[in-house]
Design a binder for this molecule. Sequence first.
Ligand code: NAG
Ligand code: NAG
Ligand code: NAG
Ligand code: NAG
Length: 535
Amino acid sequence: MTPHFTTLTPVRKRCVIVLVLVLVPCVILNLLTPSDMREEAVLQNSIAELQAKLEHLHAKYISSQEEINLLSHQLLQLIESNHILPDLQLLINNGTSNVTNIKLPSIYNFLPHFLNDPNSLRPAFVQSKGRSGVSMVLGVPTVKREVQSYLMATLKNLLDRMNTAEIADTLIIVLVAETDIDYVTYVAKQIEVQFPNECEAGVIDVISPSLSYYPNLSKLRDTLGDDHQRVIWRSKQNLDFAFLMSYAQTKGTFYVQLEDDILAKKNFITTMKSFALQKIGTKENWFVLDFCQLGFIGKLFKCVELPWLIQFFLMFYNDKPVDWLLDHLISTKVCSLDMDHKHCKMAKAELWVHYKPSLFQHIGTHSSLKGKVQKLKDKQFGKITLFYAHENPEAIVETQIKPYKQYTLQKAYKGESFFWGLLPQPGDHLKFKFSHPIFIKKYLFRSGNPEHPSDRFYNTTVEVLAEVSPLLDRNSNDVTEDGYVIIGKFDVLGVAEGTIDRKLGKVSVLRLTIHSESENWAILSEIHIIEDQPS
Ligand SMILES: *[C@@H]1O[C@H](CO)[C@@H](O)[C@H](O)[C@H]1NC(C)=O
Ligand SMILES: *[C@@H]1O[C@H](CO)[C@@H](O)[C@H](O)[C@H]1NC(C)=O
Ligand SMILES: *[C@@H]1O[C@H](CO)[C@@H](O)[C@H](O)[C@H]1NC(C)=O
Ligand SMILES: *[C@@H]1O[C@H](CO)[C@@H](O)[C@H](O)[C@H]1NC(C)=O
């Protein structure tokens, strides 16, 4: 930051005083024994954090100055065109007089269609508790997919991989980049139902742009030799990212771009924040911290620097894909024309810092670009758990669903692997016949796994056959024709779990019954049946 102290606003002055108050004891600490080193590190971290917050405040100040400037511009124009009352004209003219101003270009020069509708920059949908001032803002853009959406699995994974303190310091913004408002509302509702506590606490915002935010996409120029569908896809992605970043920039200190089909490492928030604060502490001049080797996933920026990206994306949205634009922006900043590739790369590496090992991995195999299968995986991510093993009561297990390779139900039941079945059909069962009838305290079946989250059991019930037929109303919906009692079903996240009422008596068979056709294969990555032992 350049120290133009003469132009400090009251807000900045206050922050500088705070900074000095922190710095002075820090200098004193330098004279102390090594046992104070840890405290010093903590202090340095706080200074870096304060500095990041200060930059954020400064950006807010710039933005309000900008608004004032804009207003006075408009007033001047009104005065020049004699559209206001003479008294008011005199009042305003008195201070400003009639000096000529040059007019800077605005985003309307590049996207004139914004002028067609006053609502073009207003989100069509916002579900938010208005939370801001967090350290980490995660941007998750999502679009309607032909095959299967991984959004819920991604959100669940992100939240599972954060601890309470991390959640309290984070805002997740889901951009549903669709203009079909029914679909947007449906996704928002799904998020609200799946994550009621997080939504209530304001951890997840859901937004969508209005139809008039987008230019007529069929009129885009075909560039780079790409076919028209691809040009539309990548141009829209530029506009989507710009929209998401514009909404996000005032919400916190750091912004991380993610996607809707990823997995994260445990405590990724703390890792990213510490790395960023360490870079600020050592006064390195970085622009992006990169926590994943793929595309635009896991790129961290300071919120105050997002306008660089937003402006750039909006200017060149029709010319290049979004990850190339990021690369070009950085080249523009540091590479000269006579620099060779190697030196340019070295110069860029200072602004674009790679962190290893990667904190994010792709899960999707179906890219949102129709027909394009996305198989890119980040090799830096490491191994992920594909199943959970448990000791289960002795039983004979069987199913008519054909297993893929060695992924049999028998192995899954013993906790040696997961079960992977080919195309389950309505009426198919997975049967667990216990060697002797048992009381069951709890059961848990988890379908899908991180690499294949959509290989879940859909519309599948959990049913038990009691040793002695309990006194039940046979006509009730809870009993099947062949005498099984329906005790549960798989939820939308692909999990079935619950307890079994002791009144049902001992259970001799437990089975899963599939009710609908599935386009996917099905994985059982966790089977846990807990016997209620007589005490
Ligand atoms: C114009 O400004 C002068 C001094 O700057 C002030 O004395 C005067 O009252 C102002 N006139 C109006 C109409 O505001
Ligand atoms: C300033 O305003 C006066 C009166 O409105 C006008 O005569 C003069 O030409 C203007 N000067 C400039 C530089 O626009
Ligand atoms: C978009 O452009 C195409 C091709 O010029 C045209 O046929 C279509 O009507 C336009 N759509 C809108 C909504 O203006
Ligand atoms: C579940 O299966 C039943 C029976 O085939 C069918 O009527 C119902 O529509 C299915 N539900 C869903 C959500 O697919």
